[in-house]
Design a protein around this ligand. Structure first.
Ligand code: 28G
Length: 641
């Protein structure tokens, strides 16, 4: 950790401004009064402790979320906020820091050489938290004594008190957000925990103790290897395999602090977690762009100087980036954030700084690790060949679908008679007998049925070129008409929506998973456009007296029995073996009829896009996989169309 010394006396604080503006327009200072704004209070206080640690004066921070879930204490073992009397203002420094705008919490870079890169949205300091708190208590140990001062809505409720003599030094801030400002004052323990854990990676060696009294949990985060340990965890959590043992690591400290580490993995995804002053930037920005540009140049240059260019294929940026897992952390003085949620870094000068740092660093590393370099270049060339093969397959699919017309549609497709895309839907059904029931039960005008036979090819990890060799998949692509791979275009989909309809058993779940995997990998725009749905066929028929009910699952069945089985009418339960044995009329009533059915729209949550989840989905237990997709789907958007 960096060390710096500074001379300080209370007279160095000169600008005084009250806190009324903060209470009048809290959004100006913390971004809003919703959950994000509320948590901003914690980050603001925590960041002050981190700054004290980064200046070399503290090495341990403890954060407690108290039992009520709405009170937080943060403490550090730093120097303690100064308590000496300001000669002119006749007030203790702590009071000036916590009760005036722009004077508190911020360290003056130009004068003291101290380190302060305000982490938060506006980096406005402890006084803002004080202004927006129903109650705030500062406890300070320094100069051999313990001091305490209490505030309410940003105003002192008494004098600075000396509690007694004490050893050591440090600051503790206890605060309770003001319910007059925040509609909800309960914090989310998981949100706080995550931020603290990340801070412990980004500031290597820093000890962060997290005490969650709501759930009775206590955890300590400390990582001597910093972001390298973070990358290791990321790679383990996502269950991807690196193609080389040691990650590329770069630390730079000239003007700005830059830290990064990354590895090429076997994953087809790219995952770079970036941070600015410890604040996550999930939408990237100039720092990430600079990193990418630098990596591209370094790799291209290495390939050129070592004559490693592959024959017959050109390397695209996406080939070079494929499978890269990394962590990027930069510290800059005046971060400018952009976008709706301020999650993208916008400082233009940062791009070149990153580019200029990575390029020579990575080239040197490649040159001194020639075997590793070769492995990485091979991995990149394979990505390029796979991409070109998929592009060729995709183009050939487009040609075929373009010339398909109605005549060349797959023979087993029972198309709808309406040619109006906006009102039609395609059901993909497993098996011929289920397909038969569906064909009879459907609304012929608007509903098309495509039965697929047997288990669809497991497409995970297969290139599009390979996948289209499978008859069922080829039929599916032609029936949908929207192309696959890079040329997939939802506007060309021949139907308003695609509905996957499978038995409510493990075989059915399996086929749904396989189909979703295919669509996810090769027709992702369809999911993104919200055009893919899951049907919910019933699993049970429950007859009670003269009434008939349909239950989607066991829980549903129990609920129905509880609700309707009154008196001595005994419920009679039939479990469906499959869609095939369901009468067409029943299939219509329960699953196909837009007025009575339930559809789940498939959405891509963050979790679904990661390899870990796909790996889990493709694991052994089909029904577990399916439950996962269903949970995701339900979580997303339940739609009664
Ligand atoms: C526990 C929760 C949050 C902090 C310090 C330590 C000093 C300080 C904080 O000084 C005044 C004005 C500009 C430098 C600095 C102590 C120098 C000497 C400090 C915290 C001084 C603020 N002795 N620890 N503020 N500045 N921890 N944790 O807030 O010139 S805030």
């Amino acid at each position: 950790m960096a060390t710096a010394t500074a001379t300080y006396n209370a007279s160095s604080i000169t600008v005084l401004e009250g806190l009324e503006p903060v209470r009048k327009r809290p959004g100006m200072y913390i971004g809003g009064t919703g959950s994000a704004g509320l948590h901003h209070l914690v980050w603001e206080i925590f960041d002050n402790s981190v700054d004290e640690a980064m200046n070399g004066h503290a090495d341990c921070i403890e954060v407690t979320l108290h039992k009520d879930g709405a009170t937080v204490s943060v403490s550090d073992n730093g120097r303690g906020i100064p308590v000496d009397m300001h000669p002119k203002h006749k007030r203790p420094a702590i009071e000036i820091i916590l009760c005036t705008l722009h004077a508190g919490g911020k360290f003056d870079n130009s004068q003291s050489g101290n380190y302060k890169t305000s982490g938060g949205l506006h980096g406005v300091g402890a006084s803002v938290v004080n202004a927006l708190s129903k109650k705030l208590v500062a406890t300070i140990k320094r100069d051999g004594a313990e001091w305490e001062m209490e505030f309410r809505q940003g105003k002192p409720t008494g004098k600075l008190k000396k509690l007694g003599s004490a050893r050591g030094s440090g600051t503790k801030i206890f605060f309770h957000p003001d319910p007059q400002i925040f509609p909800r004052t309960e914090f989310n323990p998981e949100t706080i925990r995550e931020r603290l854990e990340i801070a412990s990676y980004i500031h290597k060696g820093l000890k962060v103790i997290w005490h969650d009294e709501v759930n009775g949990k206590k955890e300590t985060f400390q990582h001597e290897d910093g972001i390298v340990a973070f990358l290791k965890k990321l790679i383990t959590d996502e269950q991807v395999k690196p193609v080389h043992e040691q990650p590329f690591v770069l630390e730079k400290q000239n003007g700005v602090r830059i830290e990064m580490c990354f590895s090429w993995t076997e994953s087809t995804e790219e995952l770079v977690k970036s941070y600015v002053n410890g604040v996550p930037t999930p939408s990237g920005g100039t720092h990430e762009n600079g990193l990418r540009a630098g990596v591209l140049k370094a790799i291209r240059n290495y390939i050129e100087t070592h004559n490693l260019s592959p024959r017959g294929v050109s390397l695209a940026a996406e080939d070079i980036r494929e499978g890269v897992f990394g962590v990027l952390s930069v510290f800059i003085e005046d971060p400018q954030f952009q976008g709706q949620t301020k999650e993208r870094l916008n400082n233009p000068e940062v791009q070149g700084m990153l580019d200029n740092a990575v390029r020579p660093g990575l080239e040197q590393w490649l040159n001194s690790n020639r075997t590793v370099a070769e492995t990485i270049i091979n991995r990149i060339i394979i990505a390029a060949r796979a991409r070109e093969a998929s592009r060729a397959a995709s183009a050939s699919i487009s040609r075929k679908t373009a010339t398909a017309g109605r005549l060349n549609l797959p023979g087993k497709l029972a198309d709808c008679s309406s040619s109006n895309r906006d009102e039609s839907e395609l059901f993909i059904v497993e098996g011929d007998s289920a397909g038969g029931s569906a064909k009879q039960g459907r609304d012929r005008n608007k509903q098309a049925i495509l039965p697929l036979r047997g288990k669809v090819l497991n497409t995970e990890g297969s290139s599009l070129a390979k996948v289209v060799e499978n008859r069922e998949i080829a039929d599916l692509i032609i029936a949908l008409g929207c192309g696959a791979g890079p040329d997939c275009d939802p506007d060309k989909l021949r139907y308003q929506r695609v509905v996957l309809l499978a038995d409510a058993d493990s075989d059915g779940h399996h086929i749904t998973t396989l189909l979703l995997t295919f669509i996810f990998r090769h027709m992702r725009p369809l999911i993104e456009a919200g055009r893919v749905y899951l049907a919910m066929p019933p699993l049970y028929r429950v007859d009670i007296g003269k009434e008939t009910h349909w239950a989607a699952d066991d829980a549903d069945k129990e609920r129905i029995i509880k609700q309707h089985a009154k008196g001595n009418a005994k419920p009679e339960i039939t479990r469906f073996k499959g869609l095939g044995e369901m009468m067409p009329k029943v299939l219509w009533d329960t699953t196909l009829n837009p007025k009575t059915r339930r559809l789940l729209r498939v959405e891509i949550s963050d979790a679904l896009t990661t390899d870990r989840v796909i790996n889990e989905l493709m694991g052994k237990d089909a029904s577990a996989r399916f439950r996962f997709i269903m949970e995701r789907a339900e979580e997303a958007d339940e739609l009664d169309v």
